[in-house]
Design a protein around this ligand. Structure first.
Ligand SMILES: [Zn+2]
Ligand SMILES: [Zn+2]
Length: 371
């Protein structure tokens, strides 16, 4: 029964002659991209993808496993499709036993897991990223703000330095796979007995497990802690801006590096101002007499201050004034956009009899027909 061939290079999107550095880089990028927490709508698919990426990286990041994979197309599993057709299933079985007997295995992996360092490195994995949301006012989004935040994350266990191993304790042969790193499954059907193999989940294929887990963290190497800190929201953020705080995520596994913290900024909309790119738009309403005769009005600025705006005589309703450099600062360049003020003109509907008389005089002067 042919086993499924997985193209680990394709999974990581690297070429077959990719360097260790390239593989690591591709893995780091993908593992962030496919973190199941980031795909709540299709978690199952993300989880599968996530596992696949990890599997590919486990093999390609280990020079010995990679060499074996390049040569045989698999690691630690026997490709039964290569068997001669005359072989009985029992033969396959026996062959299997010898194939995966310690001797053969050790040839492939050399000093397989013989040093503690190699074991530790195999268990080491980066922690997950964490996302939190903070809310700020529109005016704060223009000047920036130091926002206190509080969230839960896993931190490295100090007692075992994140390795999950009780200091002074070593390793023992994995009780599930008895040191082979491989689990064998046998399935009987009308066609005979099919045997499939997979990497032992208990020891991750290393054949060894920790003798004594850290008594403080229970072997995970991590402890849940409440974090209180201050995040610096830069001037110019818009609703939905995602800020990265490197190392602010969960502690890694087996002493691996911390994940990152993503702070998603929610900017409360303003009643007065509307931002478009780095320009800001607002409206003011003036009296019809001000529009005719001109005036100077005090207007609010988006970042909280105010300024005087001169309205020239004869200003038409809907006229737009531009206040250069009073818009929002660009998050990338810091350069400020402009503020645009549209002028509405209010026509009074409550004038007195005296006012009406005076206006009728003006109407006659201008030859305008009125009621
Ligand atoms: Zn095992
Ligand atoms: Zn610990």
């Amino acid at each position: 029964m042919p086993r499924q061939y997985k193209d680990y290079y394709a999974i990581l999107g690297v070429s077959r002659d990719a360097s260790e550095e390239e593989i690591k880089k591709a893995y780091k990028k993908l593992i962030k991209q496919w973190h199941p927490d980031l795909h709540p709508e299709n978690k199952k698919e993300a989880e599968e993808k996530f596992k696949e990426i990890q599997e590919a990286y486990e093999v390609l990041s280990d020079p010995q496993k990679r060499a074996m994979y390049d040569r045989f197309g698999y690691v630690g599993e026997h490709d039964f499709s290569q068997q001669a057709s005359s072989t009985t299933f029992e033969d396959i079985f026996r062959d299997f036993e010898s194939f995966f007997g310690r001797d053969v295995f050790d040839i492939f992996f050399g000093e397989r897991g013989s040093t503690q360092e190699a074991q530790k490195a195999a268990r080491r994995r980066a922690g997950e990223d964490i996302s939190i949301t903070v809310e700020i006012d529109f005016s704060e989004s223009l000047v920036g703000k130091q926002v206190p935040i509080e969230y839960e994350r896993y931190e490295m266990c100090d007692h075992c330095h994140g390795e999950g191993i009780e200091p002074g304790s070593g390793y023992q042969t994995c009780p599930r796979c008895h040191g082979s790193g491989i689990l064998r499954e046998e399935r009987r059907s009308v066609f005979g007995v099919f045997v499939s193999t997979r990497t032992c989940s208990m020891c991750g294929g290393s054949g060894r497990v920790i003798k004594e887990k850290c008594h403080v963290c229970g072997g995970t190497g991590r402890l849940k802690k409440r974090v209180r800190t201050v995040v610096n929201i830069p001037a110019g953020v818009t609703d939905g801006t995602k800020l990265k705080v490197e190392g602010g995520g969960n502690a890694g596994y087996g002493g691996g590096p911390y994940g990152d913290l993503y702070v998603i900024v929610h900017v409360k909309p303003s009643k007065k101002f509307r931002r478009q790119d780095d320009d800001i738009y607002a409206e003011i309403t003036i009296d019809y007499l001000q529009a005719i005769l001109g005036t100077t009005v005090r207007i609010d600025l988006p970042d909280g201050g105010s300024t005087m705006l001169r309205i020239p005589p004869g200003t038409q309703p809907g006229t737009m004034f531009r206040l250069k450099g009073e818009g929002a600062p660009s998050l990338r360049t810091g350069r400020r956009g402009d503020l645009y003020i549209t002028v509405n003109v209010k026509i009074p509907d409550d004038i007195s009899g005296k006012e009406a008389e005076l206006l009728k005089q003006i109407a006659r002067m201008r030859g305008v027909d009125v009621l």
